[in-house]
Design a protein around this ligand. Sequence first.
Ligand code: ZN
Length: 277
Amino acid sequence: MRIAALAGRLVLVGPDGTATDAATASDGRFGPDPMSAFADWDAFRAWAADVSDPGVTLDRAELGPPVPRPPQVFAIGVNYREHADEAGYPPNSLPVTFTKFPSSLTGPEATVTLPEGNVDWEVELVVAIGRGGHGIRREEAWQHVAGLTIGQDLSERVAQLEGTRPQFSLAKSHPGFSPTGPWLVTPDEFADPADLAISCALDGETLQDSRTSRMIYDIPELIFRLSAVVTLLPGDLIFTGTPSGIGNARTPKRFIHAGEVLTSEIEGIGSLTTRFA
Ligand code: ZN
């Protein structure tokens, strides 16, 4: 199953790119708010499995972030070995965790206004939580996942790295700094949801190219370790970290300029297009 937020309304996305409005098809039981899917995720999934409405052709320009108001957003730093090496961080016993404030979320066809400083790309697999919990066991972690989507953890490196402590959360939360989408894909749709090709390109030049199986803390381990501390809530997002190839680690360093287009792809999900002004 794939779900999206189309013109602010919860839709089911068909394999042929059509969209079925959840509120209309369920006579108001679910939707139109995209967050209503998470009020009772298991009931929503059970209902969605039986919907046969053919839907209408989907206009990508009207897609917003598939989870527009997550209660909590977790973001994981240095979760791929090669990126940990390029960023100069030794392995850590706990995943490096910060937040991207939810006001930074935007959709899969966004134009982001560059703030002052050096703005960098970080393509990431994003997990949406369907069933919340505290102390979730690794073996049961996938049952708590609603779906996977693509995210960009856009980062302004000057503010992030100046001073004596990194300012991850602030420097990664400018308006539009968290593009996500184009839709949420449930784990059963993937041959192996733990091993997906992940890449991004700026104006057509590939800058990051890896596989999600190279994470240091995989999705069950992240859910286990985060929920050992924080209660996970339905609709929470986890940005799971970026592979190597960021602009700040290049020689010479490279950052995003106005007019450039960033394309982010994950196997089995699709692509995000982010333009910069
Ligand atoms: Zn990141």
